[in-house]
Ligand binder design. Structure first.
Ligand code: NAI
Ligand code: MG
Length: 349
């Protein structure tokens, strides 16, 4: 029997409430499809930061390096600045393991109300560049406290970094609907985004089976609201991809269901799978968190580990529980607890 070694990082708040349901689902499909999981639990979190002064130990990445994948809940805690949790854990993992593709699929499931009346058949994937772009360490602040205080932050777009994420997005588009949209803003941002556009055209020519276009990010945001069904694969820089995928998740009904994968496509390092949502301190501890984002992320992990049929079983069960029952957590208008909803999903599975 194949066995996969998984690193589990529940994190803070509802992160720790949504990972156990995801594990129950993984165990159930593992039995059916003949693979096992060995999990190692890490308590890396803001709670650890408050206790020990760091989100993770200094050799944190070395402890994860030999794992087949990382499954993460969410980090964030009132009182700990958000840049500490992000730059102390998530960004070091994404960059240290060269997880340069952030994949965020969105679907409007039958039985889920989109806040948009005319959302239609939404089934799209946002491909976000995950290790460079606007999220850069280059820059600084000078003259603190004086009237001439200023801050400078440099966006970094490299030919290699943009090309590899575009190639991933074009290949994905070729396997899906054959259409790709690039998010840009080359009218206002006059150096980096014209460069991005040039590389899109170059990689587009190398992928003749894919029809592509580009939209300025402001117009694209409006179209995500007015006509989300027209999109299939959308590729964007680190910042544009982040904003678009939260917007698309909201269109799909709740940020609680949205999954994401941080991929190292070469598989030189483990990839990381995590729901898009955060630690939700406003509902943490009440047992009502929606586990779908974590469960769908676990399905993406199965796909990456070479079990596409098992992954499809999980997404089919998600679709079925929403289409055929009215069991839902409160974020989707129901009254079920996390555990009640998970039980119903497991029955269907
Ligand atoms: P959030 O995603 O934690 O919560 C936003 C809203 O959505 C809240 O009202 C929350 O109750 C609701 N929500 C989110 N996930 C839900 C779920 N599974 N079920 C039901 N309702 C859900 O974002 P927020 O409030 O901006 O951030 C809270 C903390 O989480 C912050 O410390 C932030 O830094 C952190 N965060 C961490 C992320 C990560 O670990 N990747 C991502 C986003 C935020
Ligand atoms: Mg985000």
């Amino acid at each position: 029997m194949t066995n996969h070694h998984i690193a589990l990082i529940p994190g803070d708040g509802i992160g720790a409430e949504v990972l156990p349901p995801a594990l129950q689902v993984l165990e159930a499909v593992g039995r059916r499809h003949g693979f096992g999981l060995t999990c190692t639990l890490y308590d890396w979190s803001c709670a650890r930061y408050l206790r020990e002064g760091a989100m993770m130990p200094e050799d944190g990445l070395d402890r994860l390096r030999d794992k087949d994948a990382i499954l993460l809940g969410a980090v964030g805690y009132p009182g700990v600045p958000d840049h500490v949790s992000l730059w102390g854990l998530l960004i070091p993992i994404r960059r240290g393991f060269r997880q340069y593709v952030n994949l965020r699929p969105i679907r409007v499931f039958d039985g889920l109300d989109s806040p948009l009346r005319a959302a239609g058949e939404v089934d799209l994937v946002v491909v976000r560049e995950n290790v460079e772009g606007e999220y850069s360490e280059i820059g600084g602040r000078l003259n603190r406290g004086f009237p001439d205080e200023f801050a400078v932050q440099e966006a970094v777009f490299t030919r290699a970094g943009v090309t590899r994420v575009l190639d991933y997005a074009f290949d994905l588009a070729a396997r899906r609907g054959g259409r790709l949209t690039s998010a840009t803003k080359s009218n206002g941002i006059v150096h980096t985004l014209p460069f991005w556009d040039e590389l899109v055209a170059e990689r587009g020519a190398a992928h003749p089976a894919v029809t592509w276009d580009q939209e300025h990010i402001d117009a694209l945001a409006a179209k995500f609201v007015l006509d989300p069904a027209r999109f299939d694969v959308v590729v964007g820089s680190n910042l544009f991809g982040d904003i678009l995928s939260d917007l698309a998740a909201a269109v799909a009904g709740s940020i609680g269901i949205a999954p994401s994968a941080n991929l190292n496509p070469e598989r030189a390092f483990p990839s990381m799978f995590e729901p898009v949502h955060g630690s939700a301190p406003d509902i943490a501890g009440r047992g009502i968190a929606d586990p779908l984002g974590a469960i769908w992320s676990a399905a993406m992990m199965l796909d990456h580990l070479g079990h596409p049929e098992a992954a499809r079983d999980v997404t089919d069960a998600i679709a079925a529980v929403l289409a055929k029952t009215d069991v839902r957590t409160p974020d989707l208008g129901g009254t079920a607890t996390t555990a009640e909803f998970t039980d119903r999903l497991l029955q269907i599975l």
